[in-house]
Design a binder for this molecule. Structure first.
Ligand SMILES: Cc1cc2nc3c(=O)[nH]c(=O)nc-3n(C[C@H](O)[C@H](O)[C@H](O)COP(=O)(O)O)c2cc1C
Length: 361
């Protein structure tokens, strides 16, 4: 059985490269369009956006490219938190608010309603809809397929790959432990879903026949080649694109990435869900109470004002500096140039063989 490059063929991509969706403003329409125009797949992170904003941003992407792109959502219910837990978590942020000189109001919205976001995605019909933090209902997957949208599910464990295959997904993103940002784990404890990226690809190949997009810790074309060699059809890079001029993260975060020694840590203090990033002052202070931080998305909403103020003030000590393990080798260059460099490195690593070409029209 061979599914070699079926995902790439279905989308007409020139390169087996996916730019990761990155919530928090990184994946601007300019970044997504530049990546797609360069022959890879751009992905737009829409989890934090209202349905109306999703529609507006997709229009902006379409004004910049007529190539395929993905839209990404978090599959999550709207939580009903315990007010006492919220109050305690809010009080624990007070010293950090004081250090930054802000006195924010308690956030009153925890996340955007997932079902309404999904309707917006169905309306705008991207080539690909990708999902993390959970799994769709069967009828939701069917509606996406009926609209001609390819469905991609993020997995951190082979059992999650089996679940997405049973649902009828078109591909999976296999997210290794090296990945920057949030762990997408939705079955079992997160500690049991910390596979090395290449090992996760191999473990998923054992249990599914779905095309696999490998992600986590890849920063150059040689890393892409290594994951294609173990059976991935494409490789998704997140951190590598954070330092492009098109990425929407603040300058303090970009500078922290460019100066990073390479140390990253998994923490749940910023959002209530484990995520990998650069250690900083806020992480160290909040880690004292890490176990009792409210679950995602409550803590994420509670730390929102702190992180927004830190971005305004250009202070990396209070940002969530998400980054993967490849961060020490991050490069500052425009997205189009980065794709060209990645493609050249991949070609060199593969012994000068031509990279996959788009099918003839
Ligand atoms: C800043 C940041 C934000 C992220 N946001 C999302 C997201 O919204 N949806 C998603 O599926 N993955 C998200 N991820 C995870 C990526 O999809 C991917 O797993 C990760 O970037 C791969 O590791 P790398 O950063 O080492 O390339 C995010 C990663 C980062 C670094």
């Amino acid at each position: 059985m061979s599914t070699t490059s079926s995902f790439i063929r279905a989308l007409g991509l020139e390169l087996p490269i996916v730019q990761a969706p990155m919530a928090g403003g990184a994946t601007t329409p300019e970044l997504v369009a530049a990546v797609s125009n360069a022959g890879a797949l751009g992905s737009f992170a829409a989890s934090a956006l209202t349905p109306q904003t999703i529609v507006a941003r997709v229009s902006e992407i379409r004004a910049l490219t007529d190539r395929p792109f993905a839209i990404n959502l978090f599959v999550q219910p709207t939580p009903v938190p315990d007010p006492a837990e919220v109050e305690q978590a809010w009080q624990r942020l007070a010293p950090l608010h004081e250090e930054l000189g802000i006195s924010p109001e308690l956030p009153h919205q925890w996340c955007q309603p997932f079902e309404a976001q999904l309707e917006a995605v169905l309306d705008v019909r991207p080539a690909v809809a990708s999902f993390t933090f959970g799994i769709l209902e069967a009828h939701q997957c069917e509606r996406l397929h009926d609209a001609g949208i390819l469905v991609v599910g993020n997995v951190t464990h082979p059992q999650e790959a089996v679940a997405w295959q049973a649902l009828g997904a078109d591909a999976i993103v296999a997210q290794g432990a090296q990945a920057g940002g949030h762990r997408g784990t939705f079955m079992g404890p997160y500690e049991e879903a910390l596979f090395d990226t290449a090992e996760l690809v191999e473990a998923c190949l054992d249990v599914t026949s779905l095309p696999i997009i490998a992600t986590g810790g890849v920063i150059d074309g040689y890393g892409i080649a290594a994951l294609l060699a173990v059976g991935a059809q494409a490789v998704q890079l997140g951190t590598a694109f954070l330092a492009t001029p098109e990425s929407g993260i603040c300058d303090a975060w970009k500078n922290a990435l460019l100066e990073a020694s390479g140390e990253t840590r998994l923490t749940r203090v910023f959002s209530g869900r484990y995520a990998r990033g650069l250690p900083n002052r806020a992480m160290r202070i909040l880690e004292k109470n890490e176990a009792s931080v409210p679950a995602y998305p409550i803590q994420n909403a509670l730390t929102g004002p702190l992180r927004a103020a830190a971005a305004r003030q250009g202070d990396a000590d209070y940002l969530s500096l998400w980054a993967g393990t490849g961060v020490a080798r991050i490069r500052y260059m425009e997205a189009e140039e980065l794709i060209a460099v990645l493609a050249a490195e991949l070609e060199e690593a593969e012994g000068g063989q031509a990279v996959p070409q788009p099918p003839q029209a």
